[in-house]
Design a protein around this ligand. Structure first.
Ligand SMILES: C[S@@+](CC[C@H](N)C(=O)[O-])C[C@H]1O[C@@H](n2cnc3c(N)ncnc32)[C@H](O)[C@@H]1O
Length: 239
């Protein structure tokens, strides 16, 4: 019997399964084979085999600027952006399978094809799977806030993660973030300010016009939370 594998680092997500609705299942059965990429793992679900390297040109069948969205949820922002920018390719990394299935529902409905989805832990994908300097833009909208003190070590945006973001971005590539948790926004600001790899204004950015109000943005607005956007540019050379 194979030994049971455990992760040594905390992950930034709690749930990934759940039932698919009838529409989600129908979309999954019809088009997952085309749009959901099977990533070789290292024995644990959502893990990434460190020897697997993404070939975006082969995946999309063309050479185009690549935008990566982490935690794309139900695909609200991803599908909108892909529809607005048919000249670009969009990769969504999301561990929540019903969210990925819902993204397929919307893609089918709108006839959007320039998206690929992967059910993977994005931190691992950035560490080894995505080639260095290959990403035009990296977007993370409303990452899980892990607001309780004892859970904050699970937050995605840390100095180590900023290193990974810088690794995959092309020189001059853009990292966009948004959150509705002020305390997490402050943490993001500090991470960007202290990163040697990014040019950063040191303050909040205007709301990104290319983002529709996502499900989680809507929830934050519904309870009167302030939305904070941040933008940083990958330095050349890295710091
Ligand atoms: C709060 S939701 C936000 C979803 C969407 N961006 C929105 O604004 O509605 C955070 C999402 O990130 C996903 N997520 C968290 N950690 C992740 C990771 N390490 N890799 C991939 N997805 C992750 C979760 O499954 C969840 O769907």
């Amino acid at each position: 019997m194979e030994p049971t594998q455990y992760r040594t680092e905390p992950v930034s997500f709690a749930r990934r399964g759940g039932r698919l609705s009838e529409r989600q299942q129908a979309a999954w059965d019809a088009v997952a084979q085309t749009y959901v990429v099977e990533v070789p793992d290292n024995g644990m679900s959502t893990s990434v085999d460190p020897d697997y390297v993404l070939d975006a040109e082969a995946l999309f069948g063309r050479k185009a600027p690549l935008v990566v969205e982490i935690g794309s949820g139900r695909g609200d922002a991803l599908v909108h952006a892909a529809q607005e920018h048919p000249e670009m390719d969009f990769l969504g990394l999301e561990v929540y399978v019903p969210g990925v299935a819902q993204t397929l529902v919307t893609m089918r409905h709108l006839g959007v094809h320039n998206i690929r989805l992967m059910v993977v832990n994005a931190a691992e994908a950035l560490r080894t799977m995505i080639p260095e300097g290959s990403v035009h833009e990296l977007r993370i909208w409303f990452p899980d806030p892990w607001h309780k003190k004892r859970h904050q070590k699970r937050r995605l945006i840390t100095p180590e993660f900023a290193r990974l973001a810088a690794r995959v971005l092309e020189p001059g590539g853009i990292w966009r973030l948004a959150t509705d948790w002020q305390d997490y926004a402050d943490q993001m600001l500090e991470v960007l300010e202290q990163s040697p790899d990014f040019e950063f204004s040191g303050t909040w950015a205007p709301r990104f016009e290319g983002r529709p109000v996502t499900r989680f943005e809507g929830k934050g607005l519904g309870v009167d939370r302030e939305i904070r956007d941040l933008v940083a540019v990958r330095r050349d050379p890295l710091g």
